[in-house]
Design a protein around this ligand. Structure first.
Ligand code: SAM
Length: 234
């Protein structure tokens, strides 16, 4: 998978892209992540990426030309993949869920555009972008943190990135359930014992306990997920 990120703050990404699972995925060749400084695609000497909104109003709007130019440059470099998905991080977009992440993870090449200021000239949204993704119903100052969230979420879905591929099968949101409670050593801590069944060595019983707990927990915390799954939560 290849992910290209267009931003005016490429320096924000290093701590996230160069640690832990993303770092390992890059070094194993599972993903290639490139950063593009939008200012490199401006044509004026001040490297201006924004301007005042037509019609007046507060704040500044990102100009379309550098963004189009950056995307054209990226496309011209990647002859092998003809169909890139161009994703605008945007509070008005489709809310990012595990399902959305799985769908996006099927693409071989994603181009992520990080907005700033009051947002982006509408022509980018209408004539360049393939889809808009939001990481939640709140407004951040820029698309960089949302892009990092999306990248993290996608990279761990690439086959071979997580050490144990079963980790993905028993995670929250898989089958519209939250994950069952987890315990580790010590078996007793401050007189708090882990459930006896987990120490029994009976894998069948453990599995059915986990299923029951996952269902119970989902009913308590996220009954909406059960509705989607077609199970009554009454
Ligand atoms: C201050 S926001 C602009 C918000 C815009 N004026 C609006 O009301 O929709 C600047 C940029 O941050 C990014 N952003 C902010 N919140 C986001 C969210 N919840 N999900 C994804 N991107 C977000 C977008 O790229 C956006 O263009």
């Amino acid at each position: 998978m290849r992910i290209d990120i267009i931003t005016i703050f490429p320096g924000m990404f290093a701590p996230v892209l160069n640690e832990s699972i993303i770092k390992r995925a890059k070094s194993k060749g599972k993903v290639k992540i490139n950063l593009y400084d939008l200012r490199d695609y401006t044509l004026d000497k001040h490297r201006k990426v924004d301007d005042r909104p037509f019609g007046g109003g507060s704040g500044m709007v990102m100009r379309p030309e550098p963004i189009f130019r950056a995307v054209e440059k990226i496309k011209s470099q990647s002859h092998k993949v003809r169909k890139q998905k161009i994703v605008l991080l945007c509070p008005q977009g489709e809310r990012l869920t595990q399902k959305t992440a799985k769908r996006l993870a099927k693409n071989k090449h994603l181009i992520l555009i990080c907005g700033r200021y009051e947002g982006i000239d509408e022509r980018v949204r209408q004539h360049l972008v393939s889809e808009e993704i939001s990481i939640g119903d709140y407004v951040l100052t820029g698309g960089e943190l949302p892009a990092m969230v999306l990248v993290d979420c996608l990279v761990r879905l690439i086959p071979g990135v997580l050490g144990d591929k079963n980790s993905l099968n028993f995670e929250s949101f898989e089958g519209n359930l939250l994950e069952y409670p987890q315990y580790t050593r010590p078996a007793v801590f401050k007189r708090l014992r882990v459930p006896e069944i987990l120490l029994s060595g009976d894998h069948k019983k453990i599995e059915s306990w986990r299923k029951k707990e996952a269902l119970k927990r989902t009913k308590q915390k996220r009954p909406d997920l059960l509705n989607e799954r077609g199970v009554s939560n009454g």
